[in-house]
Design a protein. Structure first.
Length: 324
């Protein structure tokens, strides 16, 4: 997995840096440091304009590759020691179960089965404590998930308000994103009210990896435009499906020591998602679509040697473009 470190506001000309956390298997003879997917992304973004230089900080990152059972067994790759814990029936799936499908890449599973009702208590991956050092006026949550397929082609694993993630500050101070029916309706709920729905989103798919990025931009004054959900797949050429949600009635207490950040179910392990989840991240600030594309690309396997020459030509053109 490659973790993008977004450019800081102190150095606006600095492009995102990619730091490898494990070796990605590839058939090319190009040195591993020159990741082809990174080159393609850089080329596309340079051609489009400037690389993002917003002040966004990675607050939490779980990729589950080396996770273990027990408290704090999910290492936080952001360097902030917000280590997660597997709860209930949750477990780490086999090598190759992650988004890339490559050896050593592992995903997280709540242990829920298609036959389980959404109220059944199963498992989750959680962190309890302060999620930020100061108030988060803007933030971005990104993750991947793959819903289990059901015999006969039904999408019952997406029904019943199964939680993708939940942030809980208190009984009345919470936010969660869930799949609500077999058509893949995505619901965002704030403080038990103000929910919004998007029908027939790509999230309805089962058996394939879905990428999501939820962005809250507190700097936007127009109601109904502050909360945006990006939905994608492993196809980096595909346009994101985007959803605007209603604004929250109150803010979430991200800094409270009692805050609970849960993935895959509620904090009591009910309403568990049925399937796999991978590469969970929390950023301060509202990531741009370009930033989000970098995050998405970091989980995708590199192209094969057959496209290496094309990548080099694209990067050469991008460098000339960015210098002009």
């Amino acid at each position: 997995m490659i973790i993008p470190q977004l450019a800081s506001a102190a150095n606006p000309s600095e492009a995102p840096k990619f730091l490898p956390t494990h070796t990605m298997r590839t058939t090319t003879s190009i040195p591993s440091i020159m990741k082809l997917k990174t080159l393609f992304a850089a080329a596309a973004l340079c051609v489009a304009g400037n690389l993002s230089a917003s002040a966004n900080t990675l607050l939490l990152n779980w990729n589950f590759d080396n996770a273990t059972s027990g408290a704090g067994g999910i290492g936080d790759l952001s360097g902030n020691n917000r280590n997660g814990t597997l709860n209930g029936t949750a477990f780490i799936a086999d090598s190759g179960s992650g988004v890339s499908g490559q050896s050593g890449d592992r995903a997280f599973n709540t242990g829920a089965l298609p036959a389980d009702f959404s109220s059944a208590v199963k498992g989750s991956a959680t962190y309890q404590g302060a999620l930020a050092d100061s108030s988060l006026d803007s933030y971005t949550i990104t993750f991947w998930y793959k819903a289990d397929e059901v015999a006969g082609g039904g999408n019952t694993t997406l029904t019943g308000g199964r939680r993708l993630f939940r942030v809980q500050g208190s009984a009345s101070d919470r936010q969660f994103l869930s799949n609500n029916n077999a058509n893949g309706v995505v619901t965002l709920n704030y403080n038990s009210s103000g929910s919004s729905e998007k029908d027939n989103a790509p999230a309805a798919a089962t058996g394939e990896w879905i990428f999501m990025a939820l962005v809250y931009d507190g700097s936007i004054s127009t109601p109904g435009e502050r909360v945006k959900l990006y939905i994608g797949t492993t196809d980096l050429n595909a346009t994101f499906d985007t959803v605007f949600f209603n604004d929250p009635s109150t803010s979430i207490n991200w800094t409270g020591l009692t805050s609970t950040f849960s993935f895959g179910s509620n904090r009591d392990n009910s309403a568990a998602f049925v399937g796999l989840m991978d590469d969970v991240r929390l950023y301060s600030g509202a990531l741009t679509e370009q930033d989000i594309r970098f995050v998405q690309a970091s989980a995708i396997p590199e192209p094969s040697a057959s496209v290496a020459v094309g990548a080099m030509l694209a990067v050469g053109f991008a460098i000339r473009c960015c210098r002009s």
